[in-house]
Design a protein around this ligand. Sequence first.
Ligand SMILES: NC(=O)c1ccc[n+]([C@@H]2O[C@H](COP(=O)([O-])OP(=O)(O)OC[C@H]3O[C@@H](n4cnc5c(N)ncnc54)[C@H](OP(=O)(O)O)[C@@H]3O)[C@@H](O)[C@H]2O)c1
Length: 283
Amino acid sequence: MKILLTGANGQLAQDILAEAEKRGFEVRGFGRQELDIIDYNRLKEAISSLRPDVVINCAAYNAVDKAESDWQTAFLVNGIGPRNLASICGGLKIPLVHFSTDFVFDGKKGSPYTIADTPSPVNKYGQSKLLGEQEVRHLTPYHYLIRISWVFGIKGKTEVNFIKKLISWANKYQELRIVTDQTSSPSFTPDLAKAVLDLIQTKQYGLYHLCNSGYCSRYEWAKFVLEKIGWQGNLLPAKSDDFPSPARRPVFSALDPFPLKEILGYLLPSWQEATERFLKESL
Ligand SMILES: NC(=O)c1ccc[n+]([C@@H]2O[C@H](COP(=O)([O-])OP(=O)(O)OC[C@H]3O[C@@H](n4cnc5c(N)ncnc54)[C@H](OP(=O)(O)O)[C@@H]3O)[C@@H](O)[C@H]2O)c1
């Protein structure tokens, strides 16, 4: 199996690269400097010359608040980049893996979203990711479109990882206020990486929801982490309105992984077990 992976320096990308190498796949990862997914001609040249068996797109613009003002960049990276990839991969009949987000949903449903639910994003980031989904679905039938949520990995930047941010706050402050009105499914990158590499061997193209099992609020997740690391400070519940930010967030955007079990034969471990593994490996 020969894989071309874009956005190679991201937190999910690095674990997909590691898992692919572990499995003996031939994998070529390109960071943004080497291969910008907005550049159609450069992408076409790279994919046509490497002729991979599958392209995995991990490149994304994930700055949710910044996307409200810098929306054109978000739409370029999350919408036009995937359009370029889908158009090239579709033409060459090369399967494409593309990741989307629970933030395509408005959060009003009150129970986990299935692949049959209709997206209705509440912020520009969600709109840009939805545009990417639509382009991929229209332009190539050979797609694995995988929505993931609340991604956390050992590698990658602190800005995109809630636990890393939380631990850095806990090291600085004796009191933390964390919101109770944002709930979703945390997703640990090594678990996602394994499932993605299993999925691409099924040839069962389509839309998937992939995340660790169960869901929690930001507050519940923080409480779990802070207890595990033995933090002695004071954790207080808060509301999103207490921290005005440019982008609205969905209140409840947990993902229902159906039909993952039917396709892969397993579900991912619980978010609690995954969080414990993250803490053991990173502390
Ligand atoms: N993080 C989350 O909580 C979350 C939640 C739901 C879904 N997702 C989705 O999951 C996927 C993986 O996310 P992640 O957390 O691993 O992201 P990440 O760590 O932010 O990695 C994204 C990578 O894409 C690169 N990139 C940005 N613009 C690019 C361009 N034009 N061409 C090529 N590369 C570019 C970035 O490089 P620079 O660092 O140089 O900008 C970065 O290395 C993304 O599709 C994301 O939208 C993430």
